[in-house]
Write a protein of this length. Structure first.
Length: 297
């Protein structure tokens, strides 16, 4: 049903999620978690009802158009496996949030005139930036620098953390899913997996490296190290740092596509990258079940 040879608008992504729920009503549940600044629903698909939940996000940066489609494809394929009796999904659930920044996704897809609020649209047009490269939300804020964690840094246009709807929605979900077992955040730059969190103790990062090594073996991606967590101080305040610090559980960043990929991303990446990363969420849960459950991080 999810066609990896097709580019999707935001509305098509949401409609596809609704169709999937109709196909697997006992397994997939659609949740509207809140709204973006331009009034688009931020939605999630939860596979299963087990309290031990893995949270997966994509599309925090608007221009990263490949991963939102892939997370919906994962939801479809994993639901099919669960329907066939895959025991893993009796023990764990997966919360897929495919497009965390729908306004940015639409801007990077078709330009600033996709923003319906005239005040927001005018402000963005005055930025004089190419819309194809747009990574921000409808208020020109980088959502992945907006989380209230140790590395947050105020910058012009973003003086306080958690100022954005998208940020608040994800923080609220993290708090609601108190029994979550981990967090995977999918981005698009370099085919690399990052696990190190500078604000966390050695024991945490040792566990993170163990998990990242497992995921690396599934995707054949490179492994980022301690020196790679933040290239500059302005790289802080992101969702994985927040989750690790506030929830105390593993937060892994999965960077897909080539390091030198140009935007808008070539549609070929959808099929190519899906082959690489489709087993990562289930691989995380299997590794967690075998080596992490019952052990403090």
């Amino acid at each position: 049903m999810i066609d990896l040879s097709k580019k999707y608008t935001y509305d098509e992504l949401k409609n596809a999620a609704m169709v999937l729920v109709g196909q697997y009503p006992d397994l997939l549940h659609l949740h509207i978690l809140g709204m973006s600044h331009d009034g688009r629903d931020i939605f999630g698909l939860r596979l299963g009802s087990a309290g031990k939940c893995l949270i997966c996000t994509a599309g925090i940066h608007g221009r990263e158009s490949t991963n939102p489609v892939l997370l919906l494809k994962m939801a479809e394929d994993y639901a099919r496996s669960a329907a066939k009796g895959q025991a893993l999904f009796d023990q764990y659930s997966i919360y897929f949030l495919p497009v965390m920044n729908p306004d940015g996704y639409e801007i990077a897809r078709a330009g600033f005139y996709t923003i319906r609020n005239p005040i927001l649209r005018h402000t963005l047009l005055m930025k004089d930036m190419p819309w194809e490269m747009w990574k921000y939300n409808a208020r020109a804020v980088d959502v992945n620098r907006n989380f209230p964690c140790a590395s947050f840094m105020p910058v012009k246009g973003m003086y306080v953390p958690a100022s954005e709807n998208e940020t608040k929605i994800l923080i609220s979900l993290f708090k609601k899913e108190a029994d979550s077992v981990g967090y995977l955040d999918f981005h698009s730059r370099g085919r690399i997996i990052y696990y190190y969190r500078s604000a966390m103790p050695v024991s945490y990062n040792e566990k993170g490296k163990q998990m990242a090594e497992k995921l690396k073996s599934l995707a054949s991606y490179d492994l980022g190290g301690r020196q790679d967590e933040m290239e500059t101080k302005s790289d802080g305040g992101n969702s994985v740092q927040y989750y690790s610090e506030k929830c105390g559980k593993l937060a892994i960043t999965i960077e897909t596509v080539d390091d030198d990929a140009s935007f808008p991303l070539d549609i070929r990446y959808q099929q190519e990258v899906y082959r690489e990363i489709s087993e990562i969420p289930s691989g995380f849960l299997r590794e967690y079940d075998c080596n992490f459950f019952g052990h403090s991080l």
